[in-house]
Design a protein around this ligand. Structure first.
Ligand code: ADP
Ligand code: MG
Length: 324
């Protein structure tokens, strides 16, 4: 059964960036205003996520590491309408089963003291009361140390830090009212402050100059609505791609939507360059075919053609208004 758990966990937890994503999404679900992420060795040996969210009740703490004990979901039909980022109740259990040790320090507003829980190789090793500010701090030690097949897949450390930065960048853009900070090797690799608009958050992430040339984009149809910001031709970037697409608040990769955007730039973009753009699609759940596999980012939109041609059209309009 342990092996089965590890195999299933490996599907959710592919690499250190997946752990960071799951932990940070839990912080977001807990209503955090500030999330601090600290990693060593690209996250391989150490990942720590600290938030100022609701904290976990001492009685619930061991349950948080058991599969499917999450209270966020009552039936399969809720899957599509669920408002929080987590819904399967297996991230923490999976992370604990594929790492050497997991430590949690947490305190709710009402609790007199904080609680500490240490899990080693998937089993509770220690619990005690500790001093703690309100919120939660989770440390993951030596990811995949007990899963040799996975460990072999962990390649160069720089590459992995980039994956972590990408995950945090996406979360920071769509949750711009939360401040994120990433530390590695005693350096800050990402820092955002609580913002009240995309203008604000994007200028903090990409610089004022990049955002000065950005304009809002809006489009809508029956059951869907897009809000976005797209950059002018002076803000073309070399890869990595700076097109961020969100569907109902989750970062996705949508080749068709990214392609629709590039189409609008087609005559003004030199080869090898890419626009900087954010598109956030809110769409009725019955119009999107969500692949509920948590590691997959691909989605299928039922009215893809309608949405994509609206994106091209609105982006082209925005771009032509720059020309004036
Ligand atoms: P899910 O997010 O799908 O519910 P997880 O395994 O990610 O499942 O987390 C299990 C539970 O642990 C959550 O439902 C939540 O109650 C609690 N939890 C985890 N992380 C935090 C956190 N940072 N702050 C508050 N509660 C948390
Ligand atoms: Mg979760």
């Amino acid at each position: 059964e342990e092996t089965v758990n590890k195999i299933a966990a490996g599907e959710v937890i592919e690499r250190p960036a997946s752990v960071v994503k799951e932990l940070v999404e839990n912080s977001i679900d807990a209503g955090a205003h500030k999330v601090l992420i600290e990693v060593r060795d690209g996250g391989k040996s150490f990942i720590k996520v600290t938030d100022d969210g609701s904290g976990i009740d001492p009685d619930d703490l061991p349950l948080a590491f058991q599969k499917h004990t999450t209270s966020k979901i009552s039936g399969a039909q809720d899957l599509e309408t669920i408002g929080t980022l987590g819904f399967r109740g297996e991230a923490l259990a999976s992370i604990a089963s594929v790492s050497e040790a997991v430590e949690v320090r947490t305190k709710t507003r009402d609790a007199l003291s904080g609680s500490y829980l240490r899990i080693e190789n998937g089993k509770v090793a220690e619990t005690k009361e500790v001093g703690s500010p309100v919120g939660t701090s989770i440390v993951v030690w030596n990811l995949f140390s007990n899963v040799p097949a996975r460990r072999k897949h962990l390649k160069g450390r720089e590459a992995k830090l980039v994956h972590i930065i990408d995950v945090i960048t996406e979360l920071a853009i769509i949750h711009y009212d939360i401040a994120f900070e990433l530390f590695s090797g005693s350096r800050t690799h990402f820092k955002s402050a609580r913002s009240n608009s995309w203008d604000d958050i994007l200028s903090r992430i990409f610089g004022l100059k990049a955002v000065a040339g950005m304009a809002p984009l809006q489009a809508s149809g029956r059951g869907w609505r897009i809000e976005g910001m797209i950059g002018d031709a002076f803000n073309l970037r070399a890869s990595p791609d700076r097109i961020f697409i969100f569907v109902n608040g989750r970062a996705v990769s949508s080749r068709p939507m990214a392609g629709a955007l590039r189409e609008a730039y087609r005559n003004i973009i030199p080869p090898g360059k890419s626009p900087i753009a954010v598109l956030s699609l809110e769409i009725s759940p019955d119009l999107v075919d969500v692949n509920v596999h948590p590691a997959k980012r691909e989605i299928r939109l039922l009215h893809e053609n309608e949405i994509c041609s609206a994106v091209t059209q609105e982006a082209a309009l925005t771009l032509s208004s720059y020309a004036k």
